[in-house]
Design a protein around this ligand. Structure first.
Ligand SMILES: C[S@@+](CC[C@H](N)C(=O)[O-])C[C@H]1O[C@@H](n2cnc3c(N)ncnc32)[C@H](O)[C@@H]1O
Length: 306
């Protein structure tokens, strides 16, 4: 996901998210990806009968959460942790849980976070900079296999072989240390004609970010825990931004609704414990895409537990 606005993170499809969570019922809800607090604020302002719990792994979200706490007091509670850990929080059974995957514009557009190749900044990309290793260290030390997994599997970059070779050849040269120098290395070595609409480093940067943050494992770990936390009639609503995220959500929803998880599975005897509310994923309308370009690839899926 890319952000055009440096100061805020504009919430995507907030009305549709609120509709699928059915916030009008009131009660306890969880925003698993607080970010800039855009969705949380929208929920709290428009639905006075809800109490909202919120989670984000980024320590910088704490300040923004404190500002909402000032406004909404006991109606709002924030936890700085990963969403795969929500089972360990003492939360009540919930009427709805929301996920808005990926990074926020606030993270992407802050040069000091080292996410974007638009800046001359140390390549970092960690959503929680207090844990794990920065992307530059990963590039310098990961095995060929780990690099392939990041760039081929998480980045879905067709020219992954060439890029992995480039990384291995350029270790120790300084080129892997900075976001702009790493992007330039890729652009200089891969013909621009293959990348008509995007910068040649776009997919590689996406893959690196997903790998550094263990994003797909986080989603795989979080969905079953979230489902367990839902009360009967509770709803799970997820916004995905690329096919890898969306596939995990879709498979999980199919599994819970007793369907085959994908076209390779011929038959399912899993019990049906939920119903899918979005036969096709909801997407932003053209007006929203016009005003907030970064939402263009968003897909919303919703599930209701029996
Ligand atoms: C797209 S932003 C959410 C934006 C938010 N809905 C808003 O309106 O401001 C995603 C946020 O989720 C957080 N995040 C991503 N993966 C996470 C995880 N596994 N655990 C906790 N937070 C995560 C990121 O740090 C980021 O702040």
């Amino acid at each position: 996901m890319s952000g055009e606005n440096a100061a805020v993170h504009v919430p995507i499809m907030p009305q549709k998210v609120a509709h699928y969570l059915d916030l009008r019922r009131g009660g306890d809800f969880l925003d698993s990806t607080f970010g800039g607090g855009g969705h949380s604020r929208y929920f709290l302002e428009n639905f006075p009968d809800i109490r909202l719990f919120a989670v984000d792994r980024d320590p910088e979200a704490k300040g923004r959460a404190a500002a909402l706490k000032q406004l909404f007091g006991e109606r709002f509670h924030f936890f700085c942790t990963t969403f795969s850990q929500i089972g360990a929080l003492s939360l009540p059974f919930l009427r709805g849980i929301f996920f808005d995957f990926g990074v926020s514009s606030l993270q992407l557009d802050d040069p000091s976070r080292g996410f974007s190749f638009r800046y001359h900044t140390k390549l970092d990309m960690r959503m929680d900079p207090t844990r794990g290793i920065p992307a530059r260290e990963f590039l310098e030390t990961a095995s060929r296999w780990q690099l392939e997994e990041a760039i081929r599997d998480c980045g879905e970059e067709r020219r992954w072989r060439k890029i992995v070779d480039l990384i291995l050849e350029n270790r120790g040269s300084g080129a892997l240390q900075y976001a702009d120098s790493f992007a330039a290395l890729i652009a200089e070595n891969l013909p621009a004609k293959f990348y008509k609409k995007i910068h040649p480093a776009t997919q590689t940067f996406q893959g690196l970010r997903i790998a550094i943050n263990g994003e797909l494992e986080e989603i795989r770990g979080a969905l079953p825990r979230a489902f367990d936390l839902l009360a009967a009639g509770g709803r799970l609503v997820a916004l995905s931004f690329h096919s890898l995220e969306d596939r995990i959500v879709k498979r999980f929803f199919n599994e819970k609704s007793g369907k085959t998880v994908d076209r390779h599975e011929k038959y399912s005897d899993r019990p049906r414990v939920a119903t899918i509310l979005t036969k096709r994923p909801e997407v932003p309308d053209s007006g929203e895409i016009f005003t907030n370009h970064r939402c263009r690839s968003a897909k919303l899926r919703a599930l209701e537990k029996f």
